[in-house]
Design a protein around this ligand. Sequence first.
Ligand code: NAP
Length: 360
Amino acid sequence: MNEDTNALVHDVVIVGSGVAGLSAAVYAARADFEPLVLEGPEPGGQLTLTTDVENFLGFPEGVGGMELIQRGKEQAERFGAEFVHGTVEDATLNDRPFKLALSNGKTLRTRALLIATGASARWVGADGEDELMGYGVSTCATCDGAFHRGDDVLVIGGGDSAMEEALFLTKFADSVTIVHRRDELRASEVMAERARNHDAISFRWNTELLEIQGSQDEGVTGATLVSHPDGYPKQKLETNAAHGGVADQAAKTRDVGEVERETVDIGGIFYGVGHVPNTDFLEETPVELADTGHVETREGMTTKTTVEGVFAAGDVMDPDYRQAITSAGTGSMAALDAEDWLEQQTVRGAAATSEAIADD
Ligand code: NAP
C-alpha cells in the first residue's frame, strides 16, 4: 500500500476479507480496478472457524473453510487485489471520495466502497460470561474444542452452528449437551439428524443458561440452567419478576414460579446462538441500517445501499440466507454494481469536461 495514503484515491476499497469480500475482490480485480481489501480483526471471516463446508458448489467431497478462504485470497491476488490489515474506525461518506480512518492511524480515500464486514458471534448474556469468555466459554469449537478433552461440555443454541459445534466437540469431550431455549430445533434436518443420532450428544429442551461458575485460573466449573415447559425460561423469569415487583437481579438468584433451576458441573461452554452484523462503524454515516443492524440495500436484486457508491455484500446485509455460497454471490454482485457505478461516473465526468470545453 502507498504509505502516503492521503495522496492516493482508490477506485474500490473492500472492507472485509471473508467469502463476500474475496468474491468481490476477484471480480473487481478482474475488471482492473486494483481493489484494496481491508482484513479486519477476523481475517477470512467466519469460514475460517468452520471445519468442513459440504454445500459449496464444486466440492463434492466438501472443503475445509480455511482452505476455501486461502484459495479465494490467492485467486484475488492473482488478478491484482491488494490485501492490508486494517479496521475502519470512522467512515466519512458525505464527501467524495469517501474517507476511511483506520485503527492504525492511516486514512484511505476511495471512490467506491464495498462493505463486506460480515457478522460476529452473538453472546448469550449469562452472568459470568464477560469474565470467562476465553477461559472455558467459547464461540468457536474449532478453535477451542481441543482444550476440553475428557470434559462434559454444554453447547447453547438450536441452529446449524450449534449442531456443528456439538458434533465437532464429540472428538474431545466425554459428553456434549445441547441446551436449547425451546423444544424444536432451528437447524436443518440433516444437521439435526446427525446430532440426534450421536451417542455422545444429548439435549436439554426448553432450557437456557443463566449463570456460569468458575474463574480465569480454574476455567469453567459449572453452570446454572433454567427451564420452563413452555420454553424461553429467561423471559418467564423476567415476567415473573416484573409481576412480583422483584428486581431482575434478585429474581435470577431464586426460583420464580414454574421456572426450574439446576446447577450442573461442566468443564466448558460453547455458544452457537447466531451472529450480529458488524456495522458499528456505519452508525454515524448516512448508510441506512435495519433494526437488526444489517445494512439496508435498495429494493430488488442489488447490493446498492442508501448512499451512492457504497455497496454491501454477505452477512452484513443478509439476515436470511447467510450461506457461504450466497455471500460469494452477493460479493460478486457488489463488485459488478460498483463497476457499473464507477463507469457511469467516468462517463458523466467526461461529459461534464467536454461541456466545459464547449462553453469556453
Ligand atoms: P441461527 O440459525 O440464527 O440459530 C441461532 C440459534 O440460537 C437458534 O436456535 C436460536 O433460538 C438460538 N438463540 C439465539 N439467541 C439466543 C439466546 N440469547 N439464548 C439462547 N439461544 C439463542 O444461527 P446459526 O446456527 O449460526 O446459523 C446461521 C446460518 O448459517 C443459517 O442459515 C445456517 O443454516 C448457516 N449455517 C450452516 C451450517 C452448515 O450447513 N454446516 C453451519 C453453520 C451455520 P431460536 O431457534 O429459538 O430462535
